[in-house]
Design a protein around this ligand. Structure first.
Ligand code: NI
Length: 251
């Protein structure tokens, strides 16, 4: 059994056909799925899906792209949603200096506050970091909480090694299939015991599905590429990354 640790089933076009995509995933041996939120509204949608389907879990959190729309009381609302028993992590939270959809001076405190909340509740964190390696590291160190996964890892191998030493996990998407030497080196640098799989569907289709909507059923394609890069069997990738996800998210 594989686990898709990061999928936006709460986004269109996945949401309107959620049942069909879940069935396709299940039949393709992807038998646990974490539906990741990016604002309050789609946290509620993720929870609805998790309530309806046994093997779907949810997260609660505010993505750096969306925080400019946050209303007063947002942090208390997230804290309340985290009490739901199918909500397994806070996320995705972090910093995005690539798209800069929200002002930088908002991104840093939103990330810090949500990471502090995770620390106070001792729950896992899904971190989004784009072009902000130093700021991400500084905030993690300042809050002094390391129970996190760096999702859709796109930084270099040295950064991966440093973050793993601090206790973080790393997850990869279809980004491992795009031929980036930097990402391939990072995959090789991450011990399999610290690695998890994710699609980030509907985004980032693996290279062989380019131009199509990404779906959770594509997880084995990512596992296959990781097995090839690490020169281990796909069965080993399946077994260990699933164990990692069960342990990390307490599934
Ligand atoms: Ni995502």
């Amino acid at each position: 059994m594989f686990i898709d640790t990061h999928c936006h089933l709460n986004y269109q076009p996945l949401l309107k056909n959620a049942e069909a995509f879940l069935e396709e995933a299940y039949n393709n041996n992807v038998q646990k799925i974490i539906c990741v939120a990016t604002d309050i509204q789609n946290t509620l949608t993720a929870i609805k899906l998790a309530d309806k389907y046994d093997f779907v879990y949810a997260t609660a959190g505010f993505h750096p792209h969306d925080i400019k729309l946050a209303k007063n009381g947002w942090l208390e609302e997230i804290e309340r949603l985290l009490q739901h028993d199918k909500v397994v992590a806070i996320g995705e939270i972090g910093i995005d200096f690539y798209r800069d959809y929200s002002p930088r001076e908002l991104q840093l405190p939103f990330f810090t506050k949500q990471l502090e909340l995770a620390k106070s509740l001792n729950i896992p964190v899904i971190i989004h970091n784009r072009n902000a390696d130093n700021e991400t590291r500084d905030i993690i160190n300042k809050v002094d909480y390391y129970n996190s996964v760096l999702h859709c890892f796109g930084s270099n191998a040295e950064y991966a090694e440093e973050m793993i030493k601090n206790g973080l996990h790393i997850s990869f998407t279809g980004n491992v299939t795009y031929g980036s030497k930097k990402t391939e080196k990072a995959v090789k640098a991450v011990p399999i015991e610290k690695l998890m799989l994710e699609t980030d569907a509907p985004f980032l289709s693996p290279a062989s599905k380019r131009g199509k909507t990404n779906v959770p059923a594509n997880i084995p394609l990512i596992a296959e590429k990781i097995a090839e890069l690490k020169e281990i069997s796909i069965d080993e990738v399946e077994l260990i990354t699933t164990e990692n996800a069960v342990r990390f998210f307490n599934l």
